[in-house]
Design a protein around this ligand. Structure first.
Ligand SMILES: *[C@@H]1O[C@H](CO)[C@@H](O)[C@H](O)[C@H]1NC(C)=O
Ligand SMILES: *[C@@H]1O[C@H](CO)[C@@H](O)[C@H](O)[C@H]1NC(C)=O
Ligand SMILES: *[C@@H]1O[C@H](CO)[C@@H](O)[C@H](O)[C@H]1NC(C)=O
Ligand SMILES: *[C@@H]1O[C@H](CO)[C@@H](O)[C@H](O)[C@H]1NC(C)=O
Ligand SMILES: *[C@@H]1O[C@H](CO)[C@@H](O)[C@H](O)[C@H]1NC(C)=O
Ligand SMILES: *[C@@H]1O[C@H](CO)[C@@H](O)[C@H](O)[C@H]1NC(C)=O
Ligand SMILES: *[C@@H]1O[C@H](CO)[C@@H](O)[C@H](O)[C@H]1NC(C)=O
Ligand SMILES: [Zn+2]
Length: 468
């Protein structure tokens, strides 16, 4: 069932993304055709302009900021839906986006249903034909329509490790002093202090409006910011307008906090199909999944689960061993990790130094060769900015001999052990458990915002036995 993809295909997809994503946030819309056949994107013109202070306007070349405190001022929250509640659709700004989308280029999949426990129901979806390339059901990453690019889900070059964290920025907790010790800027300082490591960060809009200073810090320290929706629903269960709203309010929050309009997003639980991809693409974003899963969210911790610490250690040990003994030699890694609670932060503190000795650790964007992750043209990340140089010329101790183009073997066959099932993003899986990472993120939000448990209880049940 799983669609194995060849490296050549993703290289084509990268080129297609690069050629289709043109223009700047302030320029006129790009033409609506492109030679690759991929639908050309338009620079989002429906976002307001903001005067943002306290952020770099170009890639930072100085020493990273490792100050231990961050301002707790929120954005202008009256302009947004309530944090952690479903993104409101009844709003003129949403109508403007709806009008800008070419709905003839959005496949007409019926929104998925959720059962009474919030699990996505596959019903009689034809998973053999997989007409909408529904990742949750089949792990499909190559859209069935020819005008959308393949998802980004692994680094093309063996030995590359595209470091990334979901669900941030990790807000301080008002109730739990222990958890507070791990809220941002703790992880960002740890990265800065370890070879000035860069990462790609998938942000929840609700967490950005309540803690914009953390988003500024991340941008200023050279990380790449992407969207992870407003309230973390399973996106295939959302109507078209709800999909727009979940994406819109997050784009707006990231832009108001940092001045950048991001071109990347990751669906919560990996739950995406061609309908959702097409809307995200027309809103200016590429879909990014993963090819390894640490399951870190499921360790005991605030809102986590009961996955033993040793199990997650075992995954990392296996990946390191596989790279060292030469069996992990086809493509690089995009491993799902979280900035979520004390446990996930501790796991990074434990493993990042070893990963840096074993792999070429870099942001997803760096491993993909994407140097302009935002619609604003002034932001250009250096090529090969692996991490230990603020000027971006660092190189790590890992050797990455095989070139992306030379590798044509299956991307997914490599060494994933844990990711077959049970991740937060792919939650539930074999055991059909109902733990959800998303509930844990709520405590990160400032206490003045109410939390809709209905919005958070969504858990995926995915088919078992993927070797992904
Ligand atoms: C931003 O600042 C400029 C100059 O200070 C001002 O002219 C403009 O009106 C401001 N724009 C917004 C949206 O506040
Ligand atoms: C290399 O390491 C991987 C992961 O631990 C393991 O599955 C595989 O058997 C090892 N191969 C060899 C040749 O030692
Ligand atoms: C995380 O913090 C909670 C208290 O909020 C504690 O019960 C738990 O043991 C901590 N987990 C780790 C791995 O530190
Ligand atoms: C980055 O790495 C690639 C492949 O190793 C190389 O072709 C390219 O020249 C490098 N770019 C810079 C700016 O060093
Ligand atoms: C970069 O990282 C490598 C490996 O950790 C280290 O040996 C090297 O000294 C670092 N270089 C700089 C300039 O920090
Ligand atoms: C990495 O750094 C070493 C030492 O500075 C240098 O000899 C080597 O060419 C560099 N490798 C890359 C790929 O830039
Ligand atoms: C919550 O609201 C009260 C009263 O409006 C305010 O004093 C307090 O600072 C707010 N707390 C947060 C975390 O925003
Ligand atoms: Zn998530």
């Amino acid at each position: 069932m799983h669609t194995f993809q060849q490296t050549g295909a993703i290289l084509f997809a990268i080129a297609a993304v690069a050629s289709a994503q043109s223009g700047s946030a302030s320029s006129s819309p790009a033409p609506s055709s492109s030679t690759s056949g991929i639908l050309a994107q338009k620079s989002p013109e429906w976002l307001p302009k903001f005067n943002v202070s306290g952020v770099s306007t170009s890639y930072p070349t100085g020493a990273p900021d490792t100050g231990e405190t961050l301002d707790k001022t929120t954005l202008d929250i009256k302009s947004y839906p309530n944090a952690w509640e479903p993104a409101s659709t009844n709003h003129p700004e949403i109508e403007a986006v709806m009008k800008a989308i070419d709905w003839t280029k959005v496949p007409k999949a019926t929104p998925a249903k959720a059962d009474k426990d919030g699990n996505v129901v596959f019903g009689n979806y034809d998973e053999d034909k997989d007409p909408y390339c529904w990742w949750s059901d089949t792990n499909c990453v190559k859209p069935k329509v020819d005008y959308l690019p393949e998802d980004v889900y692994y680094c093309p070059k063996a030995g590359d490790w595209g470091l990334n964290y979901d669900d941030g920025p990790y807000n301080p907790s008002d109730e739990d002093a222990e958890l507070n010790k791990y809220a941002e800027p703790v992880l960002y300082n740890f990265l800065a202090n370890n070879n000035n490591q860069k990462a790609t960060l998938f942000y929840i809009g609700s967490n950005v409006v309540t803690y914009p200073a953390a988003a500024k810090r991340a941008l200023n320290n050279g990380h790449v910011l992407c969207s992870h929706t407003w309230s973390h629903p399973a996106m295939t269960t959302q109507t078209n307008k709800q999909v727009v709203a979940e994406l819109y309010w997050t784009l707006r929050a990231i832009k108001e906090a940092t001045g950048v309009t991001t071109k990347c997003w990751r669906p919560p639980f990996g739950d995406v199909d061609d309908r959702v991809r097409a809307i995200a693409w027309q809103m200016g974003m590429t879909t990014m999944i993963w090819n390894k899963d640490s399951n870190d969210w499921n360790m005991p911790g605030d809102g986590g689960g009961d996955l033993p610490w040793d199990t997650v250690d075992g995954y990392f040990e296996g990946w390191v061993e596989g790279r060292k003994n030469g069996s992990d030699n086809t493509v690089g890694t995009i491993c799902l990790e979280h900035e979520l609670n004390n446990a996930t932060v501790k796991m990074t503190e434990k493993w990042l130094p070893t990963l840096q000795q074993t792999f070429d650790v870099k942001s997803i964007h760096d491993c993909m060769g994407i140097t302009q992750p935002y619609w604003e043209q002034n932001w250009v990340y250096p090529e090969n900015a692996s991490g230990n140089s603020t000027t971006g010329n660092a190189n790590s101790t890992a050797s990455s001999s095989s070139s992306a183009a030379a590798s044509s073997s299956s991307s997914s066959a490599s060494s994933g052990s844990s990711d077959a099932s049970g991740s937060a993003e792919a939650a539930g899986a074999s055991s059909g458990t109902t733990a959800s990472e998303s509930s844990s993120t709520t405590s990160g939000a400032a206490s003045n915002f109410s939390v809709s448990s209905a919005a958070l209880g969504v858990v995926m049940v995915v088919a078992t036995a993927f070797m992904y």
